[in-house]
Design a protein around this ligand. Sequence first.
Ligand SMILES: Nc1ncnc2c1ncn2[C@@H]1O[C@H](COP(=O)(O)OP(=O)(O)O)[C@@H](O)[C@H]1O
Ligand SMILES: Cc1cn([C@H]2C[C@H](O)[C@@H](COP(=O)(O)O)O2)c(=O)[nH]c1=O
Length: 172
Amino acid sequence: MFSGKTTTLLRRILSERETGKKVAVIKSDKDDRYCAESIVTHDGEKFPCWALPDLSSFKERFGFDAYRNRLDVIGIDEAQFFGTSTSFAAKPLMRRLASRCEVCGKRASFTLRKTEERATELIGGAEVYMPVCRSHYVSGQGVLETARAVLDASSQRNATHDVAAISLYPPV
Ligand SMILES: Nc1ncnc2c1ncn2[C@@H]1O[C@H](COP(=O)(O)OP(=O)(O)O)[C@@H](O)[C@H]1O
Ligand SMILES: Cc1cn([C@H]2C[C@H](O)[C@@H](COP(=O)(O)O)O2)c(=O)[nH]c1=O
């Protein structure tokens, strides 16, 4: 995340369109972060798109005739939500981009989730995720787990105090 994937896609789509190509952009309809009907970069740049539940619905929604005759380039953002990262020949479709570690500024190849949710898919931006290098991914996980354990213990202690306070409060 934050490595410039959507920005790179947007630039490429705009430059293809400038050369006269007819373009369309698809994203997963799971990604409703900034705008349902556009791809949006973390810097707020936008381009209209088809937000679809799966790739196979595109031809029908776009129109079979238009798909065959009036389309040269298809850009796909958030392709991970379509479960597609390789070509039909099992060759990787991806070029790796990296962000900068939010802690030390080194190349960030990892994304640290700041919240407690464990689901593989969790739509979000900077409020949930931060780009980090390997070393701060490992130490960050440790820090988050310790912080959660401390918070859990403290909320349990507070709950015990509340019960004690309630049971002591009424005059005997
Ligand atoms: N930690 C961060 N929090 C918020 N925005 C960031 C952060 N790191 C980088 N960015 C911005 O995000 C931009 C990249 O956005 P985008 O192309 O949408 O990335 P991606 O699609 O890879 O998530 C960068 O140019 C930068 O301005
Ligand atoms: C790491 C991670 C990310 N996601 C989600 C969070 C965002 O909605 C997208 C990534 O979008 P971006 O354009 O790269 O910012 O994927 C997720 O569901 N699970 C994860 O582990």
